[in-house]
Design a protein around this ligand. Structure first.
Ligand code: SF4
Length: 221
């Protein structure tokens, strides 16, 4: 297979001088201009306890799932939106972009190629945000535990709020995990995003250890 020339592929992302229609020259640095290079921040709860409780209730009852099937377990998400399970009645909806989502469901095993997209997508979700690891593969690698190109523990790369065991778990298990996540959010215990911000260096080091071609900003929200 031909070796990917990253330099050529990402030439558009290199610093360059551009000229405005008025003839004025200025420098463009796409890696800085297109992405934020600031580290994520810890968001403390509101000092007004009833307000925080109300906001947590709102957050828990508006679960927007990022529809991104990483492995075979993701197929169990489809029945949830069918009339048989009708997850919409629990305030659950699916979105096509990280910008509109609050919950990232990792639907099964994650290859090293996929983890790169998982990290970027996770970081692009606006906070507060949560992660559900669906299937045994996200917990310990499952049947791919000794594979050369899949990761074993998802929570070494992004924080996971709720794990679901099984290969593959039934849709009811995913509904149950969503209910558990809602309970944790309402109790103010859905702290994955803050944990990511607090242990940012540790997560980044783990990610860079396996993603050899690191050609993206460190934090891409
Ligand atoms: S646990 Fe089973 S169903 Fe889930 S991703 Fe792994 S192999 Fe697929």
């Amino acid at each position: 297979m031909a070796k990917m020339n990253y330099k050529k592929r990402f030439a558009d992302l290199e610093k360059r001088i551009v000229v405005s229609p008025e003839g004025e020259e200025f420098e463009v640095d796409p890696m800085k201009d297109y992405f934020a290079d600031a580290k994520p921040k810890v968001h403390p709860p509101s000092k007004i306890a009833p307000l925080e409780k109300f906001m947590n209730w709102c957050r828990a009852e508006s679960i927007y799932i990022l529809a991104f099937g990483t492995g075979c377990g993701a197929i169990e998400m489809r029945p949830l939106s069918s009339p048989m399970y009708d997850a919409y009645r629990y305030g659950v909806a699916w979105r096509a972009t990280p910008r509109q989502s609050t919950v990232f469901v990792i639907g099964g095993y994650a290859s090293i190629k996929t983890i790169k997209r998982i990290v970027r997508s996770y970081e692009q979700i606006q906070g507060p945000k949560w992660v559900i690891g669906l299937c045994s593969c996200t917990i310990n690698g499952g049947m791919y535990w000794d594979s050369y190109n899949t990761i074993n523990r998802l929570d070494h790369y992004i924080p996971v709020d709720v794990y679901i065991t099984g290969c593959m778990p039934r849709p009811e298990a995913l509904l149950d995990a969503i209910e558990l996540l809602k309970k944790r959010i309402k109790e103010g215990r859905g702290e994955g995003a803050n944990e990511y911000a607090e242990n940012y260096e540790w997560y980044k080091a783990n990610q860079k250890k396996i993603i050899k071609s690191w050609d993206m900003p460190d934090y891409s929200w």
